[in-house]
Design a protein around this ligand. Structure first.
Ligand code: ANZ
Ligand code: ZN
Length: 818
């Protein structure tokens, strides 16, 4: 008998598949389409880790399954190849970022190939290559034309260590997400993408995504942070009745306002404090606040700090004058940057008022209760009190009534606020996509014409870690104005690398296009991505940006899809001994070592079998060995029955054992088909096949041979998407000359699922005395007759009188006799 040698068969089949273009995307328009996608890797210097292997194994299983189910499948791969680590390598070790990246990419591709994933490699995209980033630039220009890209001076997060601007989401607890340095605020001119224009659609269209996990949709909603409320306009008598608006979700508490708070950065603050005695102390406070992060200012544990400006504001309905304060807990970039203080009904205001001796005025009261002094803010339900003509109104109703009144009087009205900010898009970095803009003294900001793209990254940049390397390249910076031909300077900022992965799934649909990012027909032929799988850490930004870009491209008439991903499946982590695999913990298991020892099929099988897709997976050596043993069993099972396939008898399940195996086979096909195709539960699908293999091994020599052959053949087919090499080898060994991966997925027969005979327990006076096999549809009388005819039963009943027979169909017969 031949031995199972993954070392030999895996490279062999990988080569043959490549030579035969087995996995080139099928374009046959008569077939339904299926687009399955795994998030593409960042080509770090480390190669693949187990998380990658898990991601690709799951995507590949689905891709292969769908192919066998008759779909034309798009299953591409690429590299998310721009980013900071390449530049850091350049700074620290003097290596060229491009070379560094391409080397890593090559290694990762080799490792991916060793896994035997069914990628259409012809569609490979690398975001750092000019043939890709040229179209990233093209898309930027489209955004620019549509008024969705703009430049403005902004207080931005600045990492002094990386010498670059960071997006809000790259600041974690006030620290740089990459190097953990303390992040500062700095005023700089930056490029932004107007994602806020799409905020409503980005929230509302989540309704169109029933196959996304609720948790992920909630994360998207929270990030966008849409909040319905009202704007209320106060006026400032000291400044000629200058209006100042606040955003509130609780206009019903308007009569409980006892002060106004402005964010320290609010543009009115300098005028309010000018010439007053506390001008200097408030000024210092403002400077300090500018440098603090959102969390440092608004965390629930953070003390509510503030200063009285000395100025007052006039209440829009009562005309009362109330003090204006500045405080740390009011942020400039939310709502209007100003808040009406209602200490009686807002926890933060309550703390602030207590600390600074401000009045606390209750205006909402629980029904049928009298007022006592508040010990906390009252945030519950109730009716309005101390609110003039609105007294007695239920507070929820009052939200709307008071907002309408303000609107009628021109002092505000209903409005919506969002947490989402425009996408801060520029980076003072080399290893990213250059922004195709030129600055000319006569013409101003000039976009580079699309036909002049790409704006290539120069080779002569200096990497000293102290400035933007792109700005050091004379050959890059100096250019001519596309509009007047005069001297001009290039934009030296590059794009946030999140943009590269915000449209790669569209590029795959038409990867070779050298005229356009992609052709509309091609994109429409494949979009949306039907099944997208990747780490939960991308559940907010990457998905949000991809959704935004898709909507903009839809609006521009470039693609029919309005959402990129039909179904998103977050990938669970791979753990070892209960902890995340990481270099620092020294618990990393290298995928390539596992492949060297056991082969890719074993690694894939273990990973698919050990846990449901979204759950954490605990790496276990014994689990891997168990998978390897199982594959050896399958191997031997087929080897032992080689003779069976020489004359391949037809299946005739007539004897009892054959009927049993036949039924098990069809039950297994049904379960595996549904587990993979409907539930995406790969682990249970595999365990069902394992049970079938047990059934085959227990099958007696003298039972129907054709039934056995069918069971073995279909086992190979059902394992093909999970362990593609082994099954291909076995498929050929039993006499086929075409690929197992080109076969139809096995079907099952509903009739075969029905059990036609069942075993029933026979009791005499409540004690089990025997068993009887009866047709599953048999009536009571037939069951009773057959039970009574059993030899053993007959003997035991000799000399006794049967008093009663109880028949429970499907279960038992109890004979009462004495
Ligand atoms: C008065 C009020 C009374 C409020 C009350 C709440 C309860 P969400 O739900 O997150 O949208 N607010 C508004 N702008 C702010 C800013 N720039 N910085 C800090 N806080 C701000 O929160 C809206 C509420 O947060 C607003 O409603 C406002 O306080 C505060 F019983 O106004 B409220
Ligand atoms: Zn010009």
């Amino acid at each position: 008998m031949k031995k199972y040698e993954p070392k030999d068969i895996e490279p062999k089949w990988q080569r043959i598949w490549r030579e035969n273009n087995t996995y080139r995307a099928d374009e046959d328009p008569s077939k339904p389409k299926f687009y399955t996608l795994e998030m593409f890797p960042y080509p770090s210097g480390e190669g693949l880790h187990m998380g990658h292997v898990r991601n690709y194994s799951m995507g590949d299983l689905v891709a292969r399954f769908k192919r066998m189910k008759g779909y034309r499948v798009l299953h591409p791969m690429g590299a998310d190849a721009f980013g900071l680590p390449a530049e850091n390598a350049a700074i620290q070790r003097g290596v060229n970022p491009r070379e560094w990246t391409l080397n890593n990419m090559k290694r990762i591709r080799e490792e991916q190939s060793r896994l035997g994933i069914s990628y259409d490699w012809d569609r490979y995209v690398a975001t750092c290559e000019p043939d890709y980033y040229r179209f990233t630039q093209w898309l930027f220009l489209l955004f620019y034309e549509r008024g969705l890209a703009y430049r403005k001076k902004a207080a931005v997060n600045w990492c002094p260590e990386c010498a670059t601007v960071l997006a809000n989401e790259q600041v974690e607890d006030g620290q740089c997400w990459r190097c953990d340095s303390e992040v500062e605020k700095k005023e700089l001119k930056q490029w932004f993408l107007r994602i806020t224009d799409y905020a409503d659609r980005l929230v509302d269209d989540l309704e169109q995504l029933p196959h996304w996990p609720e948790k992920v949709k909630a994360m998207q909603r929270n990030w966008i942070g849409r909040s319905q409320g009202a704007e209320v306009t106060f006026t400032i008598p000291d400044l000629n009745d200058e209006p100042v608006s606040v955003f509130t979700t609780r206009p019903d508490t308007l009569y409980g306002v006892t002060y106004l708070v402005l964010a320290p950065e609010h543009p009115l603050v300098p005028q309010l404090i000018r010439g007053r005695e506390n001008e200097e102390s408030v000024g210092r406070f403002i400077d300090r606040m500018r440098k603090e992060s959102e969390l440092e200012r608004t965390g629930s544990e953070v003390e509510k700090m503030g200063y009285d400006t000395g100025a007052t504001a006039r209440h829009p309905l009562t005309g009362e004058e109330i003090p204006i304060w500045v405080a740390n807990y009011v942020l400039m970039d939310y709502g209007t940057g100003a808040v009406m203080g209602v200490p009686a009904h807002d926890e933060r205001d309550f703390q602030f008022a207590r600390k600074h001796g401000l009045e606390i005025r209750q205006v909402i009261q629980p029904k049928d209760e009298t007022t006592e002094e508040l010990k906390n803010a009252y945030v519950g339900e109730g009716v309005l009190v101390n609110s003039g003509e609105f007294d007695g109104l239920e507070h929820r109703k009052a939200i709307s009534v008071i907002a309408d009144r303000l609107e009628a009087e021109g002092r505000g009205g209903k409005t919506t606020s969002y947490r989402l900010r425009d996408w801060l898009f520029s980076r003072q970095r080399y290893w990213g996509c250059p922004i195709p803009i030129v600055y000319c003294d006569s013409c101003g900001t000039v976009p580079v014409p699309k036909e002049d793209l790409p704006v290539l990254l120069p080779e002569d940049a200096v990497f000293d870690g102290k400035r933007n390397p792109l700005a050091t390249s004379e050959s890059f910076v100096h250019t001519t104005c596309p509009s007047c031909g005069g001297e001009a300077r290039r934009e030296t900022d590059t794009m946030d690398t999140f943009i590269d992965s915000s449209w790669y799934f569209l590029r795959y649909t038409d990867a070779g296009n050298d005229r356009l990012p992609f052709d509309k027909d091609q994109a429409d032929r494949w979009m949306n991505v039907d099944y997208y799988i990747g780490g939960i850490e991308h559940a907010v930004l990457h998905l949000l940006y991809s959704r935004f870009v898709t909507k903009v491209l839809h609006d521009a008439g470039m693609v029919k899809a309005v959402e990129p991903f039909e179904q998103y499946d977050p990938l669970g982590m791979v753990l070892k001994d209960g902890a995340k695999m990481s270099k620092s913990k020294g618990n990393v298991v290298s995928p390539m070592e596992i492949i060297d020892r056991f082969g890719a099929d074993t690694a894939r099988l273990f990973i698919l079998f050990a846990a449901p897709p979204n759950r954490e997976l605990d790496w276990s050596e014994s689990g891997v060995e168990g998978s390897y043993r199982f594959l050896n069993r399958v191997w031997r099972m087929v080897e032992q029955h080689q003779d069976l396939f020489r004359d391949r008898p037809d299946s005739r399940p007539e004897d009892a054992e054959a009927k049993k195996l036949h039924r098990l086979l069809h039950q297994t096909v049904k379960k595996v088909t549904e587990d993979i195709g409907e539930r995406y539960q790969f682990n249970t699908a595999i365990s069902a096949v394992m049970e079938l293999v047990n059934g085959i091994q227990a099958y007696p020599e003298d039972a129907d041979r054709g039934t056995l052959a069918e069971a073995i053949e279909k086992t190979i087919l059902m394992l093909a998407p999970s362990v593609p090499h082994l099954t291909e080898e076995l498929w050929h060994s039993i006499g086929h000359s075409d690929s197992v991966h080109d076969q139809d997925w096995p079907s099952y027969d509903e009739k075969a699922l029905i059990q036609d005979e069942i075993e029933i327990v026979v009791q005499i006076n409540g004690k089990v005395r025997g068993k009887v096999v009866v047709p599953s549809q048999a009536d009571r009388q037939t069951i009773q007759d057959q039970a009574m005819e059993q030899e053993k039963v007959k003997t035991m009943l000799e000399g006794k009188t049967v008093r009663k027979v109880i028949v429970v169909p499907g279960k038992l017969v109890n004979i009462v006799a004495n």
